[in-house]
Write a protein that binds this ligand. Structure first.
Ligand code: AMP
Ligand code: ZN
Ligand code: ZN
Length: 434
């Protein structure tokens, strides 16, 4: 009997200590204000039972690979090393190109959560998430599929839920990261201002969220799993009226091009300062920087993979080498201070508050939040749990509005007490004179 009680107690403790599984889903290029522009019935139902962050302040450059790696490392690109979709490494003299087979060592400057969580004894999974099908610091997640855009959303979700449930003999996955290509693909093709086309693309995304919720319900995971739905960046409308031709600014043989639009990375063959001056004089809708002069707020200086000259186009402007061709009607990559570049974050599950909402959060803060949810010791990172903590059911956080109201009440109370004291003092003095 005593043994039974002891076992029961120990099991209770272990069950209590083991956190719920965590599933992070990214819908590429989901601009924050799509939530206001389009119905998104399933997504809205999901966060009405959980939490919503209206806008995530993501990281520069606002491209897919840098931002996805930030979400799972909590680091700015200058610290995790995936600085753009196209890069050059001056030590190895190698190039990195999105969509091509790149060596895994490009990712080794950081350790993603699906690797770190292995050290806590957890199984992890990556489903098409950038980097998750490669050995990073010699380790992959426990389960992954090689990147294949032909794998449907339903197939991705089916695999992930199977991995989370486990096969009865083996325990399931504790952390999984799942990636989906839309609405980014449609945003590039039609442009975010094409309401008819984007409504169709967003309806499909919302249907996929419906598929995800149904699958979690069917497998009994709904209500037992913490689910984060996020995105990497937004999207803005481009135009053939807003083209900037590098050939109009620079001699084609005076530089090597590493990345083009909307952030151009250049290796100058001549004096870098002269190249920067030529570019800045050439067009009012670009700003060229020497690497050491890139604004500190962009956190985009301290890495050898950042080239000596960086050119940033204004919102909606496209840098091309020559000609009049606009390859992408919508694009992203611009300054991360722009609202159009911001995505959103929604979450639901046993650890989250219900029907709660905050207006903003840094995307580097997602990593410490996920480590907290999994009780995994975080790697050094640029995020903080301070604000994200307020999204959690176990935390008592006061609204900023409420804090201000309480402070005002305190001041009013203080003034009233002072006035009362003064009144009493004066009355006593008058009495003593009489
Ligand atoms: P972007 O140029 O920033 O819009 O990148 C989006 C594209 O990245 C998608 O359309 C995919 O083709 C590609 N992509 C996304 N995930 C992966 C991955 N895990 N491996 C290779 N390419 C990917
Ligand atoms: Zn993207
Ligand atoms: Zn894109």
């Amino acid at each position: 009997m005593l043994l039974k009680i002891l076992l029961g107690f120990l099991c209770g403790v272990t069950a209590q200590q083991s956190p719920p599984p965590l599933l992070l889903v990214s819908f590429d290029g989901f601009r924050a204000d799509y939530l206001k522009r389009f119905p998104m019935v399933n997504l809205k139902l999901l966060y009405s039972q959980g939490v919503l962050v209206d806008e995530l302040t993501n990281v520069f450059v606002t491209k897919t690979f840098p931002n996805h790696y930030t979400m799972v490392t909590g680091l700015y690109p200058e610290s995790h090393g995936i600085l753009a979709n196209n890069m050059y490494d001056p030590v190895s003299h190698q190039y990195f190109h999105i969509g091509e087979k790149n060596d895994p060592w490009w990712w080794n400057e950081a350790e993603p959560l699906w690797v770190t969580a292995l050290d806590s004894g957890y199984k992890t999974a990556g489903m098409m998430w950038p980097g998750s099908d490669l050995p990073i610091r010699n380790r992959t997640p426990t389960h992954f599929l090689h990147y294949d855009p032909g794998v449907t959303f339903k197939q991705r979700v089916g695999n992930v839920t199977n991995w989370i449930i486990g096969d009865g003999k083996e325990v399931g996955v504790k952390f999984a990261a799942l990636y989906w290509e839309e609405p980014d693909k449609s945003g590039h093709f039609y442009g975010p201002d094409n309401t008819t086309a984007m409504a169709k693309a967003l309806k499909e995304v919302d249907d996929n969220i419906g598929v995800l919720v149904s699958e979690l319900k069917r497998t009994g995971l709904w209500g037992r799993i913490n689910l984060l739905i996020a995105s990497d960046h937004g999207m803005t409308q481009c135009s053939t009226e807003r083209l900037i031709r590098l050939d109009d600014c620079l001699q084609p043989d005076s530089y090597t091009l590493v990345d083009l639009a909307p952030v151009t990375a250049i290796i100058p063959h001549t004096d870098p300062k002269a190249i920067v001056d030529l570019l800045n004089k050439c067009h009012t809708h670009i700003t060229a920087y020497l690497k050491e002069d890139i604004p500190v707020r962009l956190h985009y200086r301290n890495n050898i993979r950042i080239q000596p000259v960086i050119v940033i186009a204004d919102e909606g402007w496209t840098i091309v080498q020559r000609g009049n061709k606009l390859r992408k009607v919508g694009n992203h990559g611009y300054d991360n201070a722009l609202s159009s570049m911001h995505p959103f974050l929604a979450a639901t599950g046993p650890s989250f508050r219900q029907g709660y909402h905050i207006s903003s959060l840094q995307s580097v803060d997602i990593y410490p939040l996920m480590c907290h949810l999994l009780s995994v010791p975080p790697q050094p990172n640029n995020g903080t749990l301070t604000k994200a903590r307020c999204l959690l059911a176990a935390e008592t956080c006061l609204d900023t509005g409420l804090v201000i109201l309480l402070m005002v009440l305190q001041v009013v109370l203080l003034v009233l007490i002072m006035a009362a004291l003064l009144y009493i003092l004066q009355r006593n003095r008058r009495r003593s004179v009489l």
